[in-house]
Design a protein around this ligand. Structure first.
Ligand SMILES: [Mg+2]
Length: 285
């Protein structure tokens, strides 16, 4: 695995903004995404990781089980609006862009050429430049970003997001106590309109960060487990401020985009590692 310098800087960024690691949705694989519903929800484009998301690591062909979902995705968003952003194919390590060409051919989708690994801001600039160059440009908040790694794919999606303060009129006294207004109008002889106080809240504006958890081929299990522990810790201690467990990842906000697998049993189970096999043998399992 190549050394990912931008990835190693992520823990430092987390000290400032730990929410960077929190995805908006967690699914087993892309078959659990309702692409037509995402399109109806205003999402017009998609960024996909390659290794262990669409293909087995270091392979150029789609995992056969994902064919129908992938076809539906490309049909729903349009072939040019689905971009593969990989830290292998299309990166500066892909000599002669041979792997990018091969992946693009097998998956029938464009592969981003970029000089810096995810989740660097340079890579984000390349993603934005691609979607801005389309005949009908796509904004960050109209994208879904799907990948299997928290410190690269999820962090990249969250770095593309910003938080805007949205002001909404707070419910006025009149709304809550209509009778009181009637009484008050009798006492006050004024035609000036009543001014409601304004309440403001911060709203995340950016791509939908979707984490996939199915591993098609064993790859960095310790790091993956560590990443998930960090996500759960941030969920519990930062997002929920120490109260309650991590939320249901298919919660009401994004549940409409979630699709139950027709045949959950076909999901591939991760092969046990050396230590787990040793433990099983020791237990006589
Ligand atoms: Mg991956």
């Amino acid at each position: 695995m190549p050394f990912n310098f931008p990835g190693t800087l992520v823990p430092l960024h987390l000290l400032i903004n730990p929410r960077l690691v929190v995805p908006q949705m967690i699914v087993k694989d892309i078959r659990q995404l309702d692409f037509p519903e995402l399109r109806r929800g205003g999402y017009r484009g998609a960024v996909f990781d390659k290794d262990n998301c669409l293909t087995r690591p270091h392979r150029d062909t789609l995992v056969p089980e994902l064919k129908d979902a992938w076809d539906e995705c490309r049909k729903t968003f349009g072939p040019q609006n689905v971009l593969i952003v990989s830290n292998s194919a299309g990166s500066h390590l892909d000599a002669g862009e041979i792997q990018a060409e091969s992946v693009s051919h097998h998956l029938s989708a464009p592969v981003l050429r970029h000089t810096s690994f995810k989740p660097s801001y340079s890579c984000i600039a390349s993603v934005r430049a691609y979607f801005a160059s389309l005949p009908q440009p796509i904004r960050d908040e109209e994208l879904i970003v799907v990948g299997d790694r928290v410190f690269t794919d999820t962090v990249m999606a969250n770095r593309m997001a910003c938080h805007e303060r949205v002001s909404t009129p707070a419910p006025s006294h009149a709304d809550e106590h209509p009778d009181a207004v009637e009484d008050l109008s009798k006492e006050l002889d004024t035609s000036a309109p009543a001014r409601s106080p304004i309440s403001s809240s911060r709203v995340r504006v950016g791509p939908l960060a979707i984490l996939t958890t199915s591993v098609w081929e064993r790859d960095s299990p310790v790091l993956r487990r560590l990443e998930m522990q960090v996500v759960k810790g941030v969920e519990r201690w930062v997002v929920n401020q120490g109260h309650g467990a991590a939320r249901d990842w298919t919660d009401v906000r994004y549940g409409r985009f979630f699709k139950e697998l027709a045949m959950p049993e076909v999901l591939r189970r991760e092969e046990p590692g050396f230590v787990r096999r040793l433990l099983r043998r020791w237990r006589g399992e």
